[in-house]
Design a protein around this ligand. Structure first.
Ligand code: FAD
Length: 350
C-alpha cells in the first residue's frame, strides 16, 4: 500500500465513523485538540523533522484537507514552527517542544502581525529588552489565530532600533501561560472564532527560547514564509465544496467543473515542486508565493462554481463563502505576493 493509500484509508474510516464532519477551511477553522492527538498518536505530526520530509507531509496534508478534517489545532506547529525549532532552536528548546508538538499537545499561534505592521512586517514595534538570562517582551500582536487556546506563541520582536528596519528583529518562542500574556478574541463575520489580539506586558523569555540568531529575524522569517505559503492548504481550503459540486454537477456543468479540475491538477504539480525543493533544503520563496496567489484564486472560483450548480448544499456554500474574505489576506496579500514574485523575477533577469 502506498503512503497516500494508507492515509486515505485511515482518514476515510475516521470520516465514516463520525470522528469528524468534513468542512471547508478546516486547516484554520476546524479546531479539534482530540483529533490532533489522534494524528500525533499515529506519528503523523512532525514528519518533516522526523526523517520523512516535505513530500510525505504534502501527501498527508492533501488527504486531510481533501477530507475536510479538523487539523487547525496543530497546523501552525506542524507546518512552520516545528521545522524552524528543529533547524534553529537551542537543544533545550528542541527537547522541550518537539515531543509535545509531535504528540499534538503543544499548539502554536503566530505573533507576527501588529496594528501597524501587516504586509510590512519589518515595521513591528513589539520590543524585547535585555534582562538577566533572557528578554522582556512588550507590545501587541493582532489577528493571531487561536491564540486564546494555544499553549505557545511565536513572536517576532525588535531587539534593537539603531539599524535599518529589516535589521534588529529577533524571533522568540513563548509559553502562553507566562505572566504578562493576555489573549483576547476578536469576532469575525461568523462571531467569535479564531482571531485574537495578544498583549505582551514585560513577558520574560529565557535566552534558550530565542529562535536562531538575535538580530537575524528578518532573514529567518522570510525563509519561513515559504513554508507558510507553499503548502496544499493554499489551494484546498474549499476542496470539500468542490467535491460536493462535482457530485451535484450535470452535463450542463461539465465545462465549469472540468476547468476547475484542470487548474487543480496544475496547482498540485506546482505544490509538489515546492515540497521537493524544501526537501532539497531550499526555502522557495517565489514558487511558494506563486502557489498561494494562484491557489487563493482557485479556492474562490470553486465557491462561484458551486453557486452556479443546482443541488449543492446551501450550508456548505455559506461556510466557504464566510471564510473566503481571509483567503487572499492570510499569509500575505495577493498584491504583496505579486511584489515578491516580481522582485524575484527581476533578480533573475539582472
Ligand atoms: C484569516 C486570517 C488569519 C490570520 N492569521 C494570522 C496569524 O495567525 N498571525 C498573524 O500574525 N497574522 C495573521 N493574519 C494577518 C495577516 O497576516 C495580515 O492580515 C496580512 O499580512 C495583511 O496585513 P494587514 O491586514 O495589516 O493589511 P495591510 O498590510 O495594511 O494592507 C492593506 C492593503 O494594502 C495592500 N498593500 C500593502 N502593502 C503593499 C505593497 N507593498 N504593494 C501593494 N499593495 C500593498 C495590501 O495588499 C492590502 O490590500 C491573519 C489574517 C487573516 C485574514
Amino acid at each position: 500500500m502506498t503512503w497516500r493509500e494508507q492515509v486515505r484509508e485511515q482518514v476515510d474510516a475516521w470520516r465514516r465513523d463520525g470522528v469528524f464532519t468534513p468542512r471547508s477551511d478546516s486547516w484554520l477553522t476546524g479546531y479539534d485538540e482530540d483529533f490532533s492527538r489522534r494524528l500525533g498518536a499515529r506519528g503523523w505530526i512532525g514528519l518533516t523533522w522526523r526523517g520523512r520530509g516535505f513530500l510525505d507531509r504534502f501527501v498527508l496534508t492533501e488527504e486531510l484537507l481533501r477530507a475536510g478534517a479538523p487539523v487547525a489545532a496543530h497546523w501552525i506547529a506542524d507546518r512552520q514552527i516545528g521545522p524552524a525549532v528543529a533547524r534553529l532552536g537551542s537543544a533545550k528548546l528542541k527537547a522541550g517542544l518537539l515531543p509535545g508538538i509531535e504528540a499534538g499537545e503543544v499548539r502554536f499561534c503566530l505573533g507576527m502581525s501588529e496594528p501597524d505592521a501587516g504586509s510590512d512586517l519589518a515595521s513591528v514595534r513589539t520590543r524585547a529588552r535585555r534582562t538577566d538570562g533572557g528578554w522582556l517582551l512588550e507590545g501587541q500582536k493582532v489577528w493571531s489565530s487561536h491564540a486564546h487556546r494555544a499553549t505557545h506563541a511565536y513572536v517576532l520582536a525588535r531587539t534593537s532600533t539603531e539599524e535599518h528596519k529589516h535589521q534588529g528583529l529577533t524571533e522568540f518562542v513563548l509559553d502562553m501561560t507566562s505572566p504578562g500574556v493576555t489573549a483576547r478574541q476578536i469576532p469575525d463575520l461568523r462571531g467569535p472564532g479564531h482571531f485574537c489580539e495578544v498583549f505582551l506586558d514585560d513577558v520574560f523569555v529565557p535566552d534558550w527560547a530565542v529562535l536562531g540568531t538575535v538580530g537575524d529575524g528578518w532573514r529567518q522569517v522570510t525563509g519561513q514564509l515559504a513554508f507558510e505559503r507553499g503548502g496544499p492548504e493554499r489551494v484546498l481550503s474549499t476542496y470539500p465544496l468542490l467535491a460536493l459540486t462535482m457530485a451535484a454537477a450535470g452535463p450542463a456543468d461539465a465545462g465549469r467543473v472540468g476547468e476547475l479540475v484542470a487548474r487543480l491538477t496544475a496547482l498540485r504539480r506546482l505544490g509538489k515542486q515546492v515540497a521537493a525543493r524544501m526537501d532539497g533544503g531550499e526555502a522557495p520563496i517565489g514558487p511558494a508565493a506563486t502557489l498561494k496567489m494562484l491557489g487563493n484564486r482557485f479556492e474562490v472560483d470553486v465557491i462561484e462554481a458551486a453557486r452556479a450548480v443546482p443541488g449543492v448544499p446551501r450550508a456548505a456554500i455559506d461556510e466557504a463563502l464566510l471564510a473566503s474574505p481571509g483567503f487572499s489576506l492570510r499569509g500575505g496579500t495577493t498584491e504583496v505576493l505579486g511584489v515578491v514574485i516580481a522582485r524575484e523575477a527581476m533578480g533573475a533577469v539582472a
